[in-house]
Design a protein around this ligand. Structure first.
Ligand SMILES: Nc1ncnc2c1ncn2[C@@H]1O[C@H](COP(=O)(O)OP(=O)(O)OP(=O)(O)O)[C@@H](O)[C@H]1O
Length: 664
């Protein structure tokens, strides 16, 4: 019963335009249960013919008819399917995959079937029993003798239960005992109804078969039957072949990754250093920004902007320019800067404004504080509002009615060591203010010290509550309306929008207010920190480019080293894209492993640095690696790996299987 027919097969190789005909019209047919030896002189075209029969070579003229079906389109896909389904290869040099165990080598073929994982293992073990190697299933090919290797290769060729077994000099590398063993197995295969086609130089091998075909100079010179073909056995296959599954490819890729662990570890360290540095610098930027923000917001509440009367006549002036003029005018408490209740209401009615506090900030002439023999000039009188935070108090409390908060400079001048005792004492304050008409008014009052804040040479202020100041001014006939107000905003996210609204409030077409918030101070700090952080992270990121090159180079090297393996996989029926994904998946595993290593090192580094500088920064964590940076580095690692694998994996996929198999 014919399984394979070759009709007028012709094949030439070309060197430039010169044609070298190798097969010059081969007509042969092969029966089921036949053990055919193809004998011939070296260079006669035997291997070329085998490559055509095995579906590795598509560039020939003539017809190959398998099971009555002509190989018509000779497309890559149908040839892959043909190799997977119909033929099994046995090579002179065994061609086992070195990093896979004996069992896994047999399983490669079975991974291209729809058998369950368990059934695949059972079948692989049964095949290994059949060739007498079950006990060696866990060994690696390099732990086997030549004869044993060839028996593994036979088990692998039989795994898909193919109709045709093609063996190219299967005993060429074996001693006589192993040759006998292999020939017996091949005969048994033929007896099981399969067609065995063996290319050989050896008459001994040829005599073992049922038929000998002589090939010389690209033609069949004799076709001799020694014995009848073994009877065909009709046995339906209980599974189907299919393409290599993704999980099988991932498993193979991870097996190679582990096999090559030393080289991979080096690359991983390289990539991890890059990722670690990027994460570390971003973390430092985060921490530094957080620390500076904390410092500033500890001093002043960011949710409470300062609102002053806009005094400039020019509506187009930007807020920051207009503010200078308002601050100048505030020094003397004039009607120009007074914020009337109507204006206060306008702000209070805005959305997200919880409450509005009134405040004063003035710079009276001859402002002086006396207690006992201690006399100290001050610069400003300001009022305590929500802008001040309780944490700014070194001791004591915020000022109540007829109370005042002084600076530690003053308190220490009074008593260097017991300065805190100033709280509760009464101090005498005197200063001069000009009234609306410009006439000087003398003010003198005794107030109780309620607390002490850190002195600030620039402001050097006495802090009272609004009512205390306003009442004093009212009693003296001075402007008693606040010269600034502080709205408290419900949520920090709304500060910007409320501030913008306040800046655009108008009376009779003229803008009412200018504003100042800590947020505006923080903005440039944050911008600069972000820029510095990004620049540092980018510099660190350059090492990632180096890693990229490193991965590309090593993957190319790996493709070169594994050329033979690629040929074997193609011969077993793996598609181009399976080869590509093997390399891509392995590089992605490498990228992910590097990211994990980088992340672990970054977190260890974070703990070490943070605890080292903890005392300097008041227990603040200066390195703060964010979840975003962690996720980002995983993504970067995957992108680098993907990018690095594209070209080498493409090269691997496009290798010609015949050339790959003949690679030494
Ligand atoms: N890729 C190729 N390009 C050009 N010529 C080739 C190529 N492959 C094989 N040939 C030539 O084709 C002829 C047949 O080679 P082939 O390998 O089929 O011979 P063979 O009978 O298998 O020889 P051997 O017994 O030594 O393996 C040889 O002359 C060889 O030089």
């Amino acid at each position: 019963m014919t399984i394979l027919t070759l009709n007028n097969i012709r094949k030439s190789y070309f060197l430039g335009k010169e044609e070298f005909p190798v097969l010059k019209g081969i007509d042969l047919s092969f029966d089921k249960g036949d053990f055919v030896s193809i004998l011939g002189e070296s260079g006669g075209g035997k291997s070329t013919l085998m490559n055509i029969i095995g579906g590795l070579d598509r560039k020939y003229d003539g017809e190959v008819i398998v099971n009555g079906v002509k190989q018509a389109d000779k497309k890559e896909k149908s040839m892959d399917e043909y190799r997977r389904d119909t033929v099994g290869f046995i090579f002179q040099s065994f061609n086992l995959v070195s990093y896979l165990s004996v069992l896994d080598n047999v399983l490669i073929s079975l991974k291209m079937t729809n058998l369950s994982h368990k059934a695949q293992i059972q079948k692989a073990e049964a095949l290994l029993k059949q060739v007498g190697l079950f006990e060696h299933k866990k060994k690696n090919p390099n732990q086997l003798s030549g004869g044993q290797k060839q028996r593994v290769a036979i088990a692998r060729a039989l795994a898909n239960d193919p109709d045709i077994i093609i063996a190219d000099e299967p005993t060429g590398a074996l001693d006589s005992q192993n040759t006998q063993d292999v020939l017996t197995i091949l005969s048994d295969i033929a007896k099981s109804g399969k067609t065995v086609i063996v290319v050989t130089h050896s008459q001994e091998v040829a005599d073992h078969g049922t038929r000998i075909v002589h090939l010389a100079d690209g033609q069949v010179t004799s076709d001799e039957r020694i014995k009848p073909a073994y009877p065909a056995v009709e046995k339906a296959r209980d599974f189907k072949t299919k393409t290599l599954s993704f999980s099988a490819k991932t498993r193979m890729a991870s097996q190679h990754f582990l096999h090559n662990w030393k080289q991979n570890l080096m690359i991983m360290i390289g990539v991890a250093i890059g990722l670690f540095s990027v994460m570390f610098f971003l973390g430092l930027g985060n921490g530094a920004k957080g620390y500076m923000n904390k410092m500033v917001t500890d001093l002043a509440n960011p949710n409470v902007p300062l609102v002053m009367k806009r005094v400039t006549e020019d509506n187009n002036k930007k807020n920051d320019e207009a503010m200078g003029e308002s601050q100048q005018s505030m020094i003397v408490n004039s009607e120009k800067t007074a914020i009337t209740d109507t204006l206060v209401d306008k702000v209070a009615k805005l959305d997200h404004v919880k409450k509005v506090e009134k405040g004063f900030n003035v710079m009276p002439a001859n402002l002086e504080v006396t207690i006992g023999t201690t006399k100290e000039p001050f610069r400003q009188i300001q009022t305590w509002t929500d802008m001040n935070t309780d944490s700014s108090l070194l001791t004591g409390e915020k000022p109540g009615q007829n109370e005042v908060v002084v600076t530690d400079t003053f308190a220490k001048k009074w008593d260097k060591s017991n300065w805190k005792k100033l709280v509760g004492k009464t101090i005498h304050i005197s200063y001069k203010m000009a009234d609306a008409a410009g006439k000087e008014v003398d003010i003198a009052q005794d107030l109780k010290v309620s607390g002490v804040i850190k002195g600030n040479a620039a402001t050097n202020a006495l802090t009272m509550n609004f009512k205390t100041v306003s009442q004093t001014f009212k009693d003296k006939g001075l402007v008693s309306e606040p010269n600034y107000i502080v709205p408290t905003i419900d949520d920090s996210h709304n500060v910007d929008s409320v501030v913008k609204k306040i800046q655009s409030l108008k009376t009779n077409g003229k803008k009412d207010f200018v504003t100042f918030s800590v947020g505006t101070v923080l903005e440039p700090i944050n911008t600069i920190t972000s820029i510095v952080t990004i620049v540092l992270a980018m510099i660190a990121g350059i090492s990632l480019l180096v890693s990229l090159m490193m991965i590309i180079a090593t993957t190319y090297m790996s493709v070169a080293e594994r050329t033979k393996e690629i040929g074997i996989l193609r011969a077993l029926g793996a598609r181009k894209r399976d080869i590509r994904s093997l390399f891509v998946v392995e590089t992605i595993i490498l990228g992910l492993a590097s990211a994990v290593l980088g992340i672990i090192v970054a977190f260890i580094g974070q703990v070490i640095v943070n605890s080292a500088v903890s005392n300097l920064l008041d227990k603040y964590s200066i390195i703060q690696v964010s979840a975003g940076a962690v996720i980002g580095s995983i993504i970067i690692a995957i992108i680098i790996a993907l990018f690095a694998s594209l070209m080498p994996a493409g090269k691997a996929a496009s290798l010609n299987p015949i050339e790959a198999l003949s690679n030494d």
